[in-house]
Ligand binder design. Structure first.
Ligand SMILES: Nc1nc2c(ncn2[C@@H]2O[C@H](COP(=O)(O)OP(=O)(O)OP(=O)(O)O)[C@@H](O)[C@H]2O)c(=O)[nH]1
Ligand SMILES: [Mg+2]
Length: 457
């Protein structure tokens, strides 16, 4: 039978000061004992929880390294099982060798996320908390980090739990009425029922609306800089990137390829693409660049449409205005070169854009102006990163299922359908919420969640 004690390297597979190998399961101490010998004759299993011992790692009689073992006794550990965390020098070869020795002594190589899966199965955390661990590790900016931390502390769980408690109460009342159909339900009670269900529906909707913001927070947003030639798109790209990413010249048609760079701007990661200036051209290479620019613009999550303040709007600008109007993507009109004399028809732009920002791409003060505008357009200006937020597609689908079921229950009640019909919908909503928190979830879903984790987590 495969061992129930698992081991894996928890630190990155790279050279560093130290590496850590984690061992968890019923035989964690006895297996670790065979590879690691505390120098002062301590026995790992007899050490107090949360204490450490300095010792040597041995391959047979040969000492291959020295390091530290940290001991946790079940259930007071990350996984809820006996755990030993072995820290050695951070060489790739040494670390792998120690892992191999542990496996030779009977540990099994942990699968991706298996330590966290055990923590979940042992009731150490709920599923939304477990999911936030990977978000925490993957965070690229302060807001994403704060949000992941909040979900790890249970913000999402408490929100769902609140809705669930309401629904359980409603279900209990419904069950009583269904059991005693001869007793008429008073009108006030019916009104109360409707209120509770409408409230729960509102909460579910609010929760669903956090998904898009959360996604941008975690993954950043595809942002395409477009405009006719020479308006200063590449200058803007370089300003935001903080380096000479794109070539800037006063020759129209300088940029032909799509130039990409990720930048962190006021807590949003923009996955920027600088593109070729849009115009009619006989140059084959440039023409291809223009096509790429238009394509990029259509798939972008945010468009920065750049206009030159010092010249009148041209046919080329109009083409961009039409494209923005047609695609309806979030877009900001960036009026550049405001250090020059203005000739641009701003009123016309206002018909197409709700958000307009005046900058000079040569001036670093422009970064803040643009950043504020972007936060506004994406709805980030007022978000509370410590609030409950849906973090992935699995959670979104469960929340959506709950929302639909709640809508059905409200409809059924308002249309005067039988209480049985209302009960079915309420129970289905509860089911969806229990799946969301992982309180009632299939093995397949659990496996899917934890397989996305790192090995060693
Ligand atoms: N005065 C002034 N000149 C600017 C400003 N921004 C850019 N320029 C100048 O405008 C010219 C064109 O800038 P680019 O950034 O290459 O313009 P582009 O839109 O990328 O042009 P293409 O790649 O040809 O489509 C350069 O000479 C820049 O120095 C600005 O805010 N003020
Ligand atoms: Mg350019």
């Amino acid at each position: 039978m495969a061992s129930n004690t698992i081991a894996a390297i928890a630190t990155p597979a790279a050279m560093g000061g130290v590496s850590m190998i984690r061992v968890s399961g019923p035989e964690a101490f006895s297996i670790a004992e065979k590879v690691f010998h505390p120098f002062q004759g301590k026995v790992l299993e007899q050490m107090k929880g949360y204490t450490a011992a300095y010792g040597g790692f041995y391959e047979g009689k040969d000492q291959i390294d020295d390091g530290v073992a940290l001991v946790y006794h079940a259930p007071k550990s990350y996984t809820g099982e006996d755990v030993v965390e072995l820290t050695c020098h951070g060489g790739i070869l040494i670390t792998r060798k120690i892992l191999r020795l542990l496996l030779d002594q009977g540990a099994r190589m942990a699968q991706a996320g298996e330590f966290s899966k055990r923590a979940f199965l042992n009731g150490k955390m709920n599923l939304t908390q477990a999911e936030s661990i990977m978000d925490l590790i993957a965070s690229q900016n302060e807001q994403a980090l704060k949000s992941a931390r909040a979900q790890m502390n249970g913000a999402l769980f408490s929100k769902i739990n609140g809705v669930k408690e309401t629904l359980l109460e409603v279900a209990a009342h419904l069950a009583a009425w269904v059991d005693f159909p001869e007793e008429d339900i008073e009108e006030v009670e019916q009104e109360h029922l409707l209120q509770s269900l409408s409230g729960a529906l509102k909460d579910a909707r609010e929760l669903l609306s956090t998904f898009d913001t959360g996604k941008i927070l975690r993954e950043g947003i595809e942002t395409t800089i477009v405009g006719k030639p020479n308006v200063g798109k590449s200058t803007l790209m370089n300003l935001l990137a903080g380096c000479e990413k794109s070539i800037v010249t006063d020759i129209a048609g300088t940029t032909r390829d799509v130039i990409e760079e990720s930048v962190n701007l006021g807590n949003v990661v923009l996955r920027l693409a600088d593109t070729a200036g849009i115009r009619q051209t006989d140059d084959k290479v440039e023409q291809y660049g223009v096509e790429l620019a238009l394509k990029r613009m259509k798939t972008a999550g945010l468009v920065l449409a750049v206009f030159d303040y010092s010249v009148e709007l041209s046919e080329e600008d109009e083409k961009i205005l039409e494209a923005v109007k047609e695609e309806k993507m979030p877009a900001i009109a960036v009026i550049n070169k405001t250090d020059l004399q203005g000739k641009l028809d701003e009123d016309k732009l206002k018909q197409y854009f709700q958000n307009i920002v005046y900058i000079s791409a040569n001036n670093t003060d422009s970064i803040k102006l643009l950043s504020d505008q972007i936060q506004e357009v994406l709805g980030f200006a007022h978000i509370d990163p410590s609030a409950a937020m849906l973090a992935n597609e699995r959670q979104r689908l469960c929340a959506q299922q709950a929302e639909r079921a709640l809508q059905e229950s409200v409809d059924a009640l308002q249309m005067g359908m039988t209480l049985d019909a209302v009960t079915v919908s309420v129970e289905s909503a509860i089911e969806a919420l229990l799946e969301l928190t992982g309180e009632r979830v299939t093995d397949t879903v659990v496996d899917q969640v934890f397989h996305q984790f790192c090995v060693g987590k």
